[in-house]
Design a protein around this ligand. Structure first.
Ligand SMILES: Cc1ccc2cc(C(N)=O)cc(O)c2n1
Length: 323
């Protein structure tokens, strides 16, 4: 801790110096990116050692917040987007392409995990030595916003991981707001004469991207874990077992997931989830299919930023998106 106190003091001095150059003398010496990195380091240090965060710390004084409000964080591994399937045919083609890419024979089984696609906003949680040190929004997939202190206010997000978790693990998932919580929040905002959120996704995004974590704390945000980024050791040999591992770390993994074999089972699951989606307390906009074996995911890789080993099968857009 003493060593941390030393580097904390040095870091605070450096940031105060650059704040003076930027805000007082209007003559910054370092780029915004380098400045943001200093701040991200300070936020990381103060998250690891909360006792170091003094009231006058640059992370507490608003004036020092970078213009856009949030420090930028570069993802160690890009956060992938998913190619879309709209028709059953697209799903059949996805599987055929995967089988071809894997040189599978006709009777080789291809297990695929199906899970609902949550309509929220993606986030990445970086745990070092089993402590959450940085949480970031997806942003453009390569760089997101530092929302560490906001994510720490969400009950579904563990501050620390169990002893059997790897020294480094980035957990990825969706921040969302339930439909009932969304309606209640909008009722309160209407009574207070505040602008209403258009839908639960916007409400979740607006609540997560608050500069003041105390506002975020009061919002009913939840989190489903569904993937991972950089890890110091593989979580498991398959997607299904990796999700079980994330559950064992204390994360909520969507309970509607199903291990399927072949297009018929996937499409049956898609219809089941589609038929039941209005009864769910959270918005979904499709079903995500992922090849289960991680060695086969690695073999298929990704094209552009979308994996060849996964696809999102979307539901037809509803006419009125109003609630
Ligand atoms: C690889 C990847 C990318 C985006 C995702 C998005 C969702 C989602 N919105 O639920 C679920 C997943 O399993 C995802 N998986």
């Amino acid at each position: 801790l003493e060593e941390a106190r030393q580097s904390h003091r040095a870091l605070v001095q450096r940031i105060r110096y650059h704040d003076r150059r930027y805000y007082k003398e209007d003559a910054p010496e370092i780029s915004d990116a380098d400045y943001d990195r200093l701040r991200a380091d300070l936020i990381r240090l103060e998250t690891l050692y909360p006792e170091l965060q003094t009231a006058d710390s640059p992370t507490r004084t608003v004036g020092a917040a970078p213009a856009e409000g949030f420090a930028k964080v570069r993802h160690a591994r890009p956060m992938l987007s998913l190619a879309n399937a709209f028709e059953d045919e697209d799903v059949v083609e996805f599987l055929a392409r995967a089988r071809k890419g894997l040189n599978l024979k006709e009777d080789d089984e291809l297990a695929v995990v199906a899970e609902p696609k949550i309509d929220g906003l993606s986030a990445s949680l970086r745990y070092e030595n089993r402590r959450l040190v940085v949480a970031a929004t997806r942003g453009d997939g390569t760089e997101g916003e530092d929302v560490t202190r906001n994510m720490l206010t969400i009950d579904d997000v563990p501050d620390t991981l169990p002893d059997d978790a790897p020294d480094l693990v980035e957990v990825r998932g969706e921040v969302y707001m339930g439909k009932a919580d969304f309606a209640t929040l909008n009722e309160r905002r209407a009574e207070a004469g505040e602008a209403l959120f258009a839908n639960p996704r916007n409400a979740a995004a607006g609540s997560l991207r608050q500069l003041d974590p105390e506002i975020t704390r009061k919002r009913p945000l939840k989190f489903f874990a569904y993937a991972w980024g950089e890890v110091s050791a593989p979580l498991a040999p398959t997607q299904w077992a990796a999700l079980d591992r994330l559950e064992s770390f204390g994360f909520t993994v969507n309970p509607l997931r199903r291990l399927c074999r072949g297009a018929d089972e996937l499409l049956a699951r898609y219809r089941e989830i589609g038929d039941g989606r209005h009864a769910l307390d959270y918005d979904i906009d499709g079903v995500v299919y992922k090849i289960d074996r991680l060695d086969w995911q690695a073999l298929l890789g990704q094209v552009a930023r979308a994996p060849r080993w996964a696809i999102a099968h979307k539901f037809p857009a509803e006419q009125a998106k109003t609630r």
